[in-house]
Each structure stands twice: as C-alpha cells, then as structure tokens.
Design a binder for this molecule. Structure first.
Ligand code: GLV
Ligand code: MN
Ligand code: MN
Length: 408
C-alpha cells in the first residue's frame, strides 16, 4: 500500500465533522469534550484498523503503534493534536495526526508511534501544550490542578472521563530512551511557503512565546454625569496600552523580523453602554525568534503597562502566564528529513522557522526533534478558511515514511 492523499482528505473531512460549531462558523473542538472525544476515537479506530495497538496515557495523550512492535522497543514518534481554537480550521494539528496514521496504514510494520497530544492550543484551559508538558514533567500536577476551563473545571477533573489520571501521570513521564526522535508534521500557518510555491519544508527552529494576563481597575461611574477629567476609565487605559503594544511590536520587528504581539482576549466590566468601564482583563501573546528579543519585549511590555496606567490613575496588575524559550530543532534529524525528501523527489527540501508553537517545542530538549511543514493556502490559520492541499500533506507523509523506514 502507498501513501494515499484521498484517504488523508477523507480523514481530515471526518475529523472536521466533529465540532461544537457548524463548518461555516468554524471548527471548535475544546479538549475533553464530546467533539474532541469523537475526533480522538476516530483516529483510534482507524489506527486499530491499520493493525495498531493503542494506549490512552494518564496524561490524556493517545499512543498507537504497530501491534507487532512492543511498547518497550524504541521507535520514532510522530503526531500533533486534534483540539482546536474556537472556530478554527480543519488542518491545524489534524494534518500532523492523519499523516502518521496514513504512514501506519501504508507501512503496517513501520517503527513509528502515532501520538495525539491532549490540549495543544491553550484555549481550553488558558495554557497550551498540556499533554506534552504533563508527559515531560515540565508541568506539575499541582499546576494542572490550578487551571480551569469555561466551566471552571481543571484538566485533571475534566480529563478524568477521558483517561486522565493525576496519580498515575507522575509515574509515566517520557523516557527519552524509549524513542528515536519526534517528527511533528504541521501546516505552516503563514504565507511564506504558499507564496514561494513550496509544498513541504523542514522546520529548523520554533519561535519563543511569552503570555500575560493584565488586570486594570478604574472606577465604574456614570457615562453622562462624569466629566472627562474626572474619569478612571479602565477600558480607555486598555485601549491606549493596546495601541502602545502594537507600536512596540512594530519597533521590535524592525530590529528582528517576525517579532509579534497580539491582544486576543478582552473582558470588560460591567460592559454596559452607559457605565464607564471599571475593570478590564486582557491577554498578551508575545513571540520572537530569539530569547534576547523575548527579554527586551518583556521589559517593554511591563514599562508600557506601568506608564500608561499611572498616567490615567488606573491600578494595574499583570502576570506572566507562560514563558517558553525559542527552540532550535535537531540538526541531525533535519538532515535525515532532507535525505528522506530526496528519496521521494523533493530536492532540496526548503527550510522554514515556525512562528507558531507546537508540542515539538516541549519535547525538543529531551528527544531529537524536527518538524515537516506543509504549505497553508494564503497563510490563513486559526480561521475556518484554513486550507492545505491533501496531496501536500501526503507528500509530507511520504517524507515521514522515508525518514522512519530509512536505514540507521
Ligand atoms: C498554537 O497554535 C500557537 O498559538 O502557536
Ligand atoms: Mn497546531
Ligand atoms: Mn493552533
């Protein structure tokens, strides 16, 4: 059997059918929900059909490998996630799950383990890559217990019906001796490859990320009777900080390309047309390709919040909710992917850096790790219009197959 793009397209469509929202609105699969379970169970059923044995780990991650290969035998690891951002696309994460699934169908004896990492996006529990962090032990059970979803439930409790087991988790950490390396396939989520007519690429580095939660407290007051000079408007302060953040990102990106800041979430209280906003909470997502730039931006963000809130008589509190360094991927494994690409007729294999984060960044310090990117149409992602050609995902799967089946 050979890698088949139609089967890959069918898998992507099937998983897209499991969503809390209709396709025209977008694809929504928060982790540890019925929609997520249906996507996970579809992959499990297909992997079993392909002759795999399957384990749901105490982290909630799913592992599948050929039934003929004992769990103790070191093999290659490949996978991604099936959770999505709210109203996201069909390909983010899913492409990286169905590609190794297809490799296992086409090569039922491949020394390959498919993994579905539980909760990559960070939009279900306000922190990303939970499954990979729990597996590597970079996130403790206590930290997981402190997170909560839209219903106020922690991933430990929400995940229990899905196989999460806090007590067992600590005894089942990733043992790097158990794997030869991780190769995560993912859609690029940016426009560079599509513009350049590149179908696939090897990813040599992943940018770092800092995330923050900012809380501004002003004075809720009457919108008619309170003169402009008498106000402490938390939302006006937030707006000024946001435009300041945009200007900061422009300045920093002129020094180092692809330095970006996003405010993606905003909560206003009391959120009424005739009340001056008294409280605002918003998030900041800041990314850069070097750790020096992450430090510089961190300082700039703090100074900006402090100065703008003081000027307006607003009380400001902010906290970092995440700090992840920029990660170089394994040079030897990247080279192996180039050699695998040559075998399937892609020579040279283009290079890319990832502006988005991936579970690969969490495993990279422990295992030889590399990524294969597949072009994203017009660079659109985290959007229902997200699209990659199934034949390009299939080409990525062929490279993955050649890589894991290659000698040595
Ligand atoms: C994952 O999608 C990220 O936010 O980088
Ligand atoms: Mn992803
Ligand atoms: Mn994503």
């Amino acid at each position: 059997m050979t890698i088949n793009a139609e089967r890959i397209a069918r898998d992507i469509e099937a998983i897209g059918g499991f969503s809390e929202t209709p396709p025209d609105v977008g694809f929504s699969r928060p982790t540890f929900t019925p929609a997520w379970r249906m996507a996970r169970d579809y992959v499990i059923a297909e992997a079993r059909q392909a002759g795999c044995q399957v384990r749901i780990a105490p982290t909630g991650n799913v592992h599948a490998r050929p039934a003929s290969i004992a769990w103790e035998t070191p093999v290659w690891l490949s996978g991604s996630h099936v959770d999505s951002v709210p109203t996201g696309g069909k390909f983010d994460g899913v492409a990286g799950v169905v590609a190794p699934l297809e490799v296992l169908r086409a090569h039922p004896e491949a020394p390959l383990e498919l993994i579905i990492f539980a909760e990559e996006e960070g939009t279900t529990f306000n922190l990303g890559m939970l499954g990979s962090r729990a597996w590597t032990g970079t996130l403790t059970v206590a930290h997981l217990a402190g997170l909560s979803n839209r219903d106020g439930v922690s991933p430990l409790d929400a995940g229990r019906p899905y196989g999460v087991d806090a007590a067992a988790m600590v005894h089942e950490r990733l043992d790097p001796r158990g794997y030869r390396g991780l190769i995560e396939l993912h859609v690029e989520q940016g426009p560079a490859m599509w513009k350049a007519g590149q179908r696939v690429a090897v990813v040599t580095a992943i940018h770092g990320r800092r995330q923050y939660r900012v809380h501004l407290m002003g004075t809720p007051n009457h919108a008619g009777s309170t003169k402009m000079d008498d106000r402490a408007d938390a939302l006006a302060a937030a707006a000024a900080i946001m435009t300041g953040l945009e200007a900061l990102a422009q300045r920093l990106s002129s020094r180092q390309d692809h330095t970006v800041i996003t405010v993606g979430q905003l909560v206003v209280l009391p959120n009424a047309i005739n009340v001056i906003p008294g409280e605002v909470t918003f998030t900041i997502d800041f990314r850069a390709s070097t750790n020096a730039m992450l430090e510089l931006g961190h300082d700039g963000i703090g100074q900006l919040i402090k100065a703008e809130s003081a000027r307006r008589g607003i009380c400001a509190e902010w906290a970092a909710t995440e700090s992840l360094a920029a990660v170089p991927l394994d040079a030897g494994l990247c080279e192996r992917l180039r050699a695998a690409a040559r075998q399937v007729g892609v020579d040279p294999l283009p290079e890319a850096a990832s502006g988005a984060l991936h579970d690969a960044a969490i495993l990279a310090p422990l295992l030889p790790t590399a990524m294969i990117f597949v072009a994203s149409r017009d660079g659109i992602s985290h959007n229902p219009a997200e699209f990659s050609r199934p034949e390009d995902v299939a080409l990525g799967a062929e490279i993955l197959a050649a890589c894991v089946n290659g000698a040595a």
